[in-house]
Design a protein around this ligand. Structure first.
Ligand code: PLP
Length: 662
């Protein structure tokens, strides 16, 4: 578990069962029951749902919402803040229907709302929020036309607290015209371009040159115009967003100070302000190192909530104004953990093992006659041709692999040198292709031998041979996945996601590997991996040797935002089988988890094997099974008291649920 950094990035949801060596998921958080991801994958495979499959653990989203609200509740109490906190989820992060529905359901007790960044998103969420408690916040950002403005006003008529945020001065006329046409008073927000910038990849979202938002003079112009129209009571919200994945909390403090003073100024100019919307930016610890490296965060959720609340409170006291309702738009922090992509390795063990047999043959075939000193034999080999000479020198390398740390280092250096020599000799035309292949095999055999000796005598491996080091000998594992479809940020912006085998975790992973996907694009690979200690990413992932007849499954974690919505259909690879793990309506935490499977119509058979129905898939296939976590209840009810014992419950054993797991 530590090798892959699971205790760090796994947060409350992912852990390793040391006895079975499998990866466990805790949909209800740390203290909830655990699902064995490997067993679940296998039972789904047995039912015809083939990898790659995207698991959507909806209770994790519920848990994230609870944690976010608990942190803000604690901060409000600590600073005796008299206003409220109301989070919203930015739909752009992931507009999947099941996810949005879960967010709205789990968020209802907290008055949690949604944020949209386009007209299409607005139309989609209208159907989700209609019929929900009146006054649910709906923050409307993005480019707008007059139809967009009218839709926002209709949302107000439907009882939602829809607030339209001015991102450009020109939007104001459009809004005022729509409001006049429909006779509805709008609730207006202003998106400010703050001068504070953050340094990460998304830092350009902030600062003077930011794409969106109004500068100081435009903000004043909006206030004056609304004053002239007698509509200053409609100006209610200040919005800003300084960029995603803020890794350093100092940045939050600075930006909150600037924004809080701006808010206070708007109040003092006569606007009926009541909301300060701090946008997104709350980071996710992808490598679990708890540092301010790009893949991590050097602060806790509670730190973040404290800094947001205390900054607003300080300015409100200083300026004697009423504390606003604080809104945040966390996308990444809320939904990253909920989805897990499980995929299999397509490389067969034969390609790796056959080579080993051949390697041994080549080593055996080089004869060293005992009656002559090795140097003499080498000289003779040099006279007979470059290839024979190189093979002989490799033989010498073998002779020098003795149980001593420095001898191992030297042997490795020599082997690397002779391998490079072979390439040079080939380019000069003095080495045949067959001889070059033999040198390659000798190199691999030498590395293998060095590893064996190090293991047997408990000696340190040469740095370059450690399983997490990138080397010419790093193995390429071809995986049933498209990086462009499922982890596009790992290609586009070199984002790191944790990747871990979901079984065999009790065995030492001895193969340094990189992953090559199924697309015919050389960029379709993962060759940088999280470093659980923070800092530079690792160039190889330690994996297990492949075994005959055994599928080897890996999972890609923390992919719940931006990857699905930005993923492309490069090579026409469609969506994946999606497995939605949710709770039966009304069931308490840990009871009654349902599994649904959706197969996308565009999914080519090559990606998914045979589709579940053998024909065109239904949009949704309910597996008929209700996985009951604990206690075991009959599938048709989550409330009945006739419990089955876990050991006799086939559904529970399918999910790998232990009798005492709750
Ligand atoms: N709000 C706005 C306006 C955004 O542009 C974004 C994303 O960039 C977010 C919220 C979500 O940010 P994050 O996922 O970092 O929480």
């Amino acid at each position: 578990a530590a090798l892959y950094g699971v205790p760090g990035w796994g947060a409350d949801y992912f852990t390793v069962d040391e006895s079975s060596g499998t990866l466990l998921v805790k949909p209800d958080g740390e203290n909830g029951p655990a699902l064995d991801l490997y067993q679940l994958t296998q039972s789904l495979q047995a039912q015809g749902v083939r990898a790659p499959m995207l698991f959507r653990f909806l209770p994790i989203v519920g848990h994230r919402i609870e944690k976010l609200n608990a942190a803000f509740r604690a901060a409000l109490d600590r600073f005796e803040y008299q206003g409220a906190y109301r989070g919203v989820f930015p739909v752009k992060a992931n507009h999947d229907k099941a996810l949005i529905q879960a967010i709205v359901d789990y968020g209802e007790p907290y008055g949690f709302g949604l944020e949209v960044g386009s007209k299409a998103e607005l139309v989609m969420v209208m159907s989700q929020l209609a019929g929900r408690p009146a006054g649910t916040n709906l923050v409307c950002n993005g480019y707008k036309d007059s139809e967009y403005m009218e839709l926002v006003l209709h949302c107000r008529e439907l009882g939602m607290n829809a607030m339209v945020v001015m991102e450009q001065y020109s939007e104001l006329d459009m809004l005022l015209a729509a409001a006049r046409r429909l006779g509805v008073r709008p609730s207006i927000g202003i998106r400010a371009k703050l001068t504070t910038r953050h340094n990460g990849h998304w830092g350009s979202t902030s600062g003077d040159k930011a794409k969106f938002g109004l500068r100081a003079r435009e903000i004043v112009a909006v206030v004056n115009r609304l004053g002239e129209e007698g509509m200053l009571d409609c100006l209610n919200l200040l919005h800003f967003h300084v960029g995603s994945q803020i890794t350093n909390i100092r940045m939050v403090k600075e930006v909150m100070r600037e924004a809080s003073f701006l808010y206070a100024e708007l109040v003092q100019m006569g606007a009926a302000m009541s909301y300060i919307d701090c946008g997104g930016g709350l980071a996710v610890d992808y490598d679990g190192s708890f540092t301010d490296s790009a893949a991590s965060m050097a602060y806790t959720l509670q730190h973040y909530a404290n800094d947001v609340v205390s900054a607003v409170q300080e300015v409100c006291i200083q300026r004697s104004i009423a504390p606003p309702t604080i809104i945040t738009e966390s996308g990444r922090a809320l939904a990253s953990h909920h989805s897990v992509l499980v995929f299999d390795v397509l490389t067969t063990p034969e390609c790796l093992e056959e080579k080993r047999e051949e390697q041994e043959e080549v080593v055996e075939s080089i004869e060293i006659r005992d009656d002559k000193p090795l140097t003499k034999q080498l000289r003779a080999a040099a006279r007979s041709g470059k290839g024979t000479f190189l093979l002989m020198t490799f033989k010498e390398v073998f002779e020098n692999i003795t149980a001593d740390a420095s001898a191992l280092r030297e042997a490795f250096n020599d082997a690397s040198y002779f391998k490079d020599e072979a390439v040079r000799a080939f380019k000069l035309g003095v080495l045949s292709l067959e001889e070059r292949a033999q040198v390659d095999m000798m190199f691999d055999a030498a590395c293998e031998r060095i590893r064996e000796v190090a293991r047997e005598h408990d000696l340190p491996l040469p740095d370059a041979l450690r399983p997490d080091a990138a080397l010419p000998h790093t193995k390429m594992y071809h995986v049933n996945l498209s990086v462009f479809r499922s982890a596009v940020d790992s290609w586009a912006i070199q984002q790191l996601f944790p990747i871990v085998p979901i079984h065999r975790l009790g065995e030492e992973p001895t193969v340094p590997a990189m992953l090559a996907d199924l697309t015919c694009d050389s960029d379709g690979k993962v060759d940088k991996f999280i470093n659980p200690k923070g800092g530079e990413p690792l160039p190889a992932l330690p994996l297990h040797p492949l075994r005959h007849g055994d599928k080897y499954f890996l999972a890609l974690f923390l992919t719940g935002v931006y990857q699905e919505v930005m993923g492309s259909v490069h090579n026409m690879f469609g969506s994946l089988n999606t497995v939605v793990v949710g709770r039966q309506p009304g069931a308490p935490a840990g009871v009654g988890v349902e599994v649904h499977v959706a197969a996308d119509e565009g999914t080519p058979a090559a990606m998914n094997g045979e589709l579940p129905h053998g024909g065109p898939p239904e949009p949704w296939m309910q597996l008929g099974a209700v996985l009951l976590l604990h206690p075991c209840l009959p599938a048709d009810s989550a409330t009945t008291s006739s419990a089955t014992s876990p050991s006799s419950c086939s559904l529970c054993s399918m999910a790998g649920v232990e009798a005492d797991s709750g």
